[in-house]
Design a protein around this ligand. Structure first.
Ligand code: HEC
Length: 92
């Protein structure tokens, strides 16, 4: 029983580290993802051309376009990374 408790509290301690890591994933890693995933069908868009809210909407539309084109859509974490990247460089 004690061992189980130790394991469970260990997991609880470690879990937040992973989520923090995902949120603060280095922006250059996100840039790589953005460059790879967002220039498949058109030229790479310029992050400063839109506001963060607009990017959020566009990414949703692009997910649909990827599905329609049989390209695997962005995973939740990839989507968040790209959105963080765009938000950091978006028009305010
Ligand atoms: C499967 C092909 C495809 C991929 C991959 C793709 N797009 Fe697009 N994108 C389109 C099409 C098609 C349009 C033309 C507008 C429409 O049909 O919605 C477009 C238009 C746009 C526009 C112009 C918006 C407008 O309303 O005119 C932006 C900005 C954009 N894409 C950003 C992105 C970003 C950011 C990514 C990466 C997450 C991405 N696209 C990935 C197909 C794609």
């Amino acid at each position: 029983m004690r061992l189980v408790r130790v394991l469970v509290s260990g997991l609880l301690l470690v879990a937040p580290l992973f989520s923090v890591q995902a949120e603060n994933a280095p922006l250059d890693e996100a840039e790589g993802l953005f460059t790879a995933r967002c220039a498949m069908c058109h030229q790479l868009p310029e992050p400063s051309m839109l506001k963060p809210k607009q990017w959020r909407l566009i990414i949703g539309t692009m997910q649909q376009r990827m599905q329609q084109a049989n390209i695997p859509p962005l995973q939740v974490q990839e989507r968040e990374m790209i959105l963080n990247y765009l938000t950091a460089r978006a028009r305010q």
